[in-house]
Design a protein around this ligand. Structure first.
Ligand SMILES: Nc1ncnc2c1ncn2[C@@H]1O[C@H](COP(=O)(O)OP(=O)(O)OP(=O)(O)O)[C@@H](O)[C@H]1O
Ligand SMILES: Nc1ncnc2c1ncn2[C@@H]1O[C@H](COP(=O)(O)OP(=O)(O)OP(=O)(O)O)[C@@H](O)[C@H]1O
Ligand SMILES: [Mg+2]
Ligand SMILES: [Mg+2]
Lengths: 277, 277
């Protein structure tokens, strides 16, 4: 069964997209099959993998609004083992029109379960009889990881991702507004656990750290003191090679494999693979 | 008549809030009366001025949803001449519930016109008879500038700000995703000019520039080449004193007046005051 990872934070510019592309890339170097899903109307993840959001035919909008399957809109990227469900500007309407649908917050989870976790849906009580749906449900590709890149807004789209996820990664820049956003995210996690997804686990990931900066060091220490186990051991420091890789349209390890960014996201991938979620 | 300035960009983390607080502070040092409005559920502008969003009684939500007046929810800050309409987490519901109201995109403009521009509304055809509303409309405080801090999302709230604004400032980090976001913003500006606000003027403001970084210098040059007059002469460089001022709850010139950040935002204020919009 694939592990579903949501990368979310209401705070803007904390490296949600950079983490999704980099972690996805790192996991494929260990032979894992990874599906990345762009849930942001900015479509930065689509850009970061070398695609033009303006020329995308099928996208996540078709999955959320027109019951298209994930597999029908997913595309291969330049990286073997790394597929992408792209986004386009149409996602901006999702915040307004998604909430009118019944059970709108579980659309993504149901799609993933139906398509990519056939065995899980059979185990669930009251599920479809094994015989009839087995052929339809059998996934073409067995993904090990599905990673969801969220917009900087706690609305219907991000809620869908939190309900679908096994693990929530909270990229956090060691700065005042970003650290404050963790408070709101904790409230949201509590609500999602109570209402739709009791098993949701979260981990804070410190990103864009500049070790020379006093405020960064202070807030880094505060976050570890407050969250303890809830923070990844791995820290992502500022590395301009990560900016370059976005322009190149490739995950960092396929742009500069020995850069600090590539090595740190590789360490993150190892930390995630080691842990049994 | 107050000049209404919207500070918006779909891209997250490009210094929208930092620009709102810093520009507002700089304008008061020239004796201007300034009203800042926090339109973001993150309520970072409220935090940046030393207030706790969790303990705010009246907020922008009351104005948008319960026809409260701006003046009834505005509060003085620690800076003379700088008032704030705070936000709180309730703003997160605005994207979902604002669009059901008739003419939802003009709520903010109508509130500002009724309350803070009494003379303008008399000039408009078919407006209320001068006598009856003159007493009610006469503003308590004559603001010179109203500055609107927007969330990193192009929805109903940011649309309200663009419809109400005379000038739109687009803070832009000289990086790939941020530069790409300008394309979307231009489309939105065209639509707003065609539908609701033909006189809307925009200016790009380069923020968080690191002169030592090659990509930053390249993208800075590209933005000037593409937008020419549409970019402010003033550039805001990275300055950690701006991070400190957010923690202190004061605009930068009231935290470290001789810092690079304070001087650059002062230059921006001068550039805005010189220009006749
Ligand atoms: N470790 C890093 N070192 C240097 N630059 C980085 C690093 N991580 C991300 N960046 C850059 O910082 C900017 C913000 O990162 P990114 O766009 O991934 O954040 P985000 O949280 O996805 O933003 P948004 O809230 O707009 O979706 C980008 O220009 C990105 O290239
Ligand atoms: N010139 C600067 N130098 C150093 N740090 C800065 C500068 N401008 C902003 N910052 C810091 O960068 C981060 C992003 O800025 P800010 O929060 O103002 O952006 P924003 O566009 O309002 O973000 P959001 O999209 O989440 O609303 C903040 O931590 C802020 O303190
Ligand atoms: Mg992003
Ligand atoms: Mg902000």
């Amino acid at each position: 069964n694939p592990l579903v990872i949501a990368i979310a934070n209401q705070k803007g510019g904390v490296a949600k997209t950079t983490t999704t592309a980099s972690l996805g890339g790192a996991l494929t170097t260990y032979g894992k099959e990874v599906l990345l899903v762009d849930l942001d109307p900015q479509a930065n993840l689509t850009l970061a993998l070398g695609r033009d959001p303006g020329r995308v035919r099928g996208s996540i909008t078709d999955v959320l609004f027109h019951s298209a399957s994930l597999l029908s809109v997913s595309r291969e990227t330049s990286v073997p083992g790394l597929d992408l469900v792209p986004a386009n500007a149409g996602m901006a309407l999702a915040e307004r029109f998604l909430p009118v649908r019944k059970d709108y917050e579980t659309i993504l989870r149901r799609t993933i379960t139906d398509e990519l976790r056939p065995f899980a849906s059979e185990a669930a009580p009251g599920s479809k009889p094994a015989g009839s749906s087995f052929e339809k449900n059998f996934p073409v590709i067995e993904y090990n990881y599905i990673i969801l890149d969220c917009p900087p807004f706690l609305g219907a789209v991000t809620l869908n991702a939190l309900v679908a996820a096994d693990l929530l990664i909270l990229p956090t820049q060691p700065e005042f507004f970003s650290a404050h956003a963790l408070r709101t995210m904790m409230t949201t996690i509590r609500q999602v656990r109570q209402n739709q997804n009791p098993k949701l686990i979260f981990r804070v990931l410190i990103t864009l750290l500049d070790k020379r900066n006093r405020i960064h060091r202070q807030i880094h220490d505060q976050i570890y003191k407050t969250f303890g186990e809830g923070v990844f051991q791995t820290i992502i420091e500022v590395d301009t090679k990560l900016r370059e890789s976005a322009i190149e349209g490739k995950p960092i390890m396929f742009h500069k494999a020995q850069s600090r960014g590539a090595l740190q996201y590789d360490a993150l991938a190892q930390e995630i693979m080691r842990y049994v979620w």
